[in-house]
Design a protein around this ligand. Structure first.
Ligand code: NAD
Length: 469
């Protein structure tokens, strides 16, 4: 495919192959963009930002609604493209495409809800006789930098709200999975988005990142990706508005009174979906002594039955990791955990980019598979004596994106919600669950700012205060 800037589909000086991570087969090529392409894209978007600022709400709503309908109509095709370039199993690809349609539909709803408020200036004697109200205005140009693991829906979570808020968008998709994003640009143009209002430049972030983040014409950066890259962006961005959706190593506390069959069947999904390459993937299972052994047996029964293989083949539960290098990293971390005393109960072997779904016990809080983001198909179980120790272990991390507890006791569940430092808190389900409508984002090193169309629009618009004297 070509990249899109200044209203045109263009080739770059060089191109890069996009491959199926399962077998390395080439799917397509995309241009390797340069800093000059970013410069040129921003020249075009300056004009696009003016067009979007002046576009009436009903037109923005129509574009977003139409985009949702086109995505829905192409769900099958888009789902297959997502799975092929990213590696998630086909059912997950189809779900992601369906969710992207919902994200655009919600963005359309929220475009209508964008309004200011009147301010009671006469609350103090100096304000008597004056009228004050606020206006919500677009940021102008929003830069959307997105990760590989949800190549359509996480792009939609930035582009949908940006358009709803009346902005132009510079999109920089992940280098491994740019095709779904480029397809989305085609869909938006078909839905009636003015061509000047969007640009999509493909290529490595290391080459394009500084050109995007340093440019004064970008008023807002919305980034989803690793904590390391996120931190480097905050250093180069300077005086810009920033949203950071970063990584995690999500804990799941299982207390003695939990329904262990339900816990095991849930965690066999929330720990292994997309081969664990989900920012809210369940990673650290913290089980209290009374249920630890039974839970381990129940989990082993489920996890050992998961089929790893070709993501497009029927019957596959877990597809490949996005790159062989990532699979090697996961293999090494599992080996390191074993060397430090963890027990590998099943899985863990590697063939190319495929890792057999793994389950470990006796995992220490200081092991890499516990304290860093694993982003692979494995769960590590750690024993805790009681809820106090379990909450302490859950919080023993620099991350705070999603956490879960399984218990029948409402008081203990509410204690978990109050005391665990996490942006999302699940009671009686795994950590990897999200509805497009909810405010979604992390605490601590998992980032700041919220997504979900209503909340993202808030971050992609600014407030003007008007005083009538
Ligand atoms: P990544 O940080 O490697 O890359 C993310 C994006 O940043 C890509 O488009 C990449 O090209 C770009 N990039 C790289 N270097 C850059 C630079 N110096 N300046 C600007 N942009 C740069 O992440 P990834 O491997 O694609 O995705 C996995 C990570 O994303 C995980 O850490 C995961 O937890 C996180 N993630 C978070 C959420 C969330 O909502 N919190 C959702 C999905 C993924």
């Amino acid at each position: 495919m070509k990249m899109f800037l200044k209203g045109k589909w263009i080739d770059g000086d060089q191109c890069a192959e996009v491959v199926n991570p399962y077998n390395g087969d080439s799917i397509d090529t995309v241009p390797v963009g340069s800093a000059k392409d970013i410069e040129s894209a921003l020249d075009g978007l300056e004009q696009g930002a003016k067009v979007m600022r002046d576009m009436p709400t009903h037109q923005r709503v129509d574009i977003l609604r139409k985009a949702a309908q086109i995505i829905q109509g192409q769900q099958e095709k888009l789902g297959r493209l997502i799975s092929t370039e990213e590696g998630k199993v086909l059912t997950e690809g189809l779900i992601e495409a369906g969710r992207a349609a919902e994200t655009f539909d919600l963005s359309a709803d929220e475009a209508r809800n964008l309004h200011g408020e009147t301010i009671p200036l006469d609350s103090t004697p100096g304000g008597v006789g004056k009228l004050g109200f606020t206006l919500r205005v677009p940021c102008g140009i929003v830069a959307a930098i997105t990760p590989f693991n949800f190549p359509l829906n996480l792009v939609s979570h930035k582009v949908g709200p940006a358009i709803a808020g009346g902005n132009a968008v510079l999109l920089k998709p992940a280098s491994d999975t740019p095709l779904s994003a480029l397809k989305l640009v085609e869909i938006l143009l078909e839905a009636g988005l003015p061509p000047q209002a969007i640009a999509c430049v493909t290529g490595p972030g290391s080459k394009l990142g500084a050109a995007i983040c340093e440019d004064q014409r970008v008023r807002k950066i919305s980034f989803t990706g690793s904590a390391e890259v996120g931190e480097s962006i905050t250093r180069t961005a300077g005086l810009k508005r920033i949203t950071m959706e970063l990584g995690s190593n999500s804990p799941v506390i299982v207390l003695d009174d939990a329904d262990l069959e339900k816990v095991a069947s849930t965690l066999a999904v929330t720990g292994y979906a997309n081969a664990g390459q989900v920012c809210i993937s369940s990673q650290r299972v913290i089980a209290t002594t009374g249920c630890h052994d039974d839970l381990t047996d129940a989990l082993l029964d489920k996890v050992s039955k998961l089929n790893a293989g070709d993501q497009l083949a029927e019957g596959t539960d877990v597809g490949p990791l996005v790159r062989e290098g990532d699979a090697k990293r996961v293999e090494n971390w599992l080996r390191e955990a074993k060397e430090h005393g963890a027990q590998l109960l099943c899985g863990g072997s590697r063939e190319g980019s495929l890792i057999q779904p793994a389950l470990l016990t006796d995992v220490g809080a200081d092991m890499k598979i516990s304290c860093e983001e694993l982003f692979g198909p494995a769960l590590g179980i750690t024993r805790a004596t009681d809820i106090d120790e379990a909450i302490g272990l859950a919080n023993q991390t620099r991350f705070g994106l999603s956490a879960a507890v399984f218990t029948q006791d409402i008081d203990r569940a509410m204690r978990f919600a109050r005391e665990v430092d996490s942006g999302n808190l699940h009671i009686n389900f795994g950590t990897a669950w999200r509805a497009e409508i909810m405010p979604y984002g992390g605490l601590k090193d998992s980032g700041f700012g919220k997504e979900g169309p209503k909340y993202a629009i808030n971050e992609m618009t600014e407030t003007k205060m008007v005083i009538v004297h």
